[in-house]
Design a protein around this ligand. Structure first.
Ligand code: TYC
Length: 110
């Protein structure tokens, strides 16, 4: 019997140990937006292809996002942990470069 869990309150209710177990201080990992930027040269169908290949979008969603980027200058591709976001942005930029398109992606902390 541990000293700090003894029933010494005399209320006839049995054990009254207070639950004081503290949770360790953990922080949720920050999430990052992968943003796609507009440019004047990357073909629209290439951008749609990128959204389908790296961001698991449906054809309909991909076209919507691409047009939104085309019209507003920037658009959201997805939100991921830092490492996943960084990897996806890198893969997109690398793929675009290999295909000689200037398409760019950036990360933004949520
Ligand atoms: N603005 C490009 C065009 O007119 C299309 C485009 C859309 C390029 C989205 C980049 O992230 C982008 N061909």
């Amino acid at each position: 019997m541990s000293e700090d869990n003894k029933d010494d309150e005399g209320d006839g209710q049995g054990k009254t140990g207070v639950l004081t177990k503290t949770r360790p201080k953990t922080k949720k990992p920050s999430m990052y937006k992968v943003l796609m930027l507009n440019d004047d040269y990357t073909p629209m169908d290439f951008v749609v292809h990128i959204l389908l290949s790296y961001f698991q979008k449906s054809e309909e969603e991909a076209v919507k996002i691409m047009l939104n980027v085309h019209q507003t200058g920037v658009g959201l591709c997805g939100v991921y942990s830092y490492e996943v976001a960084e990897t996806k942005a890198m893969q997109v930029i690398d793929n675009a470069r290999r295909n000689e398109h200037p398409l760019q992606c950036t990360l933004e902390k949520e």
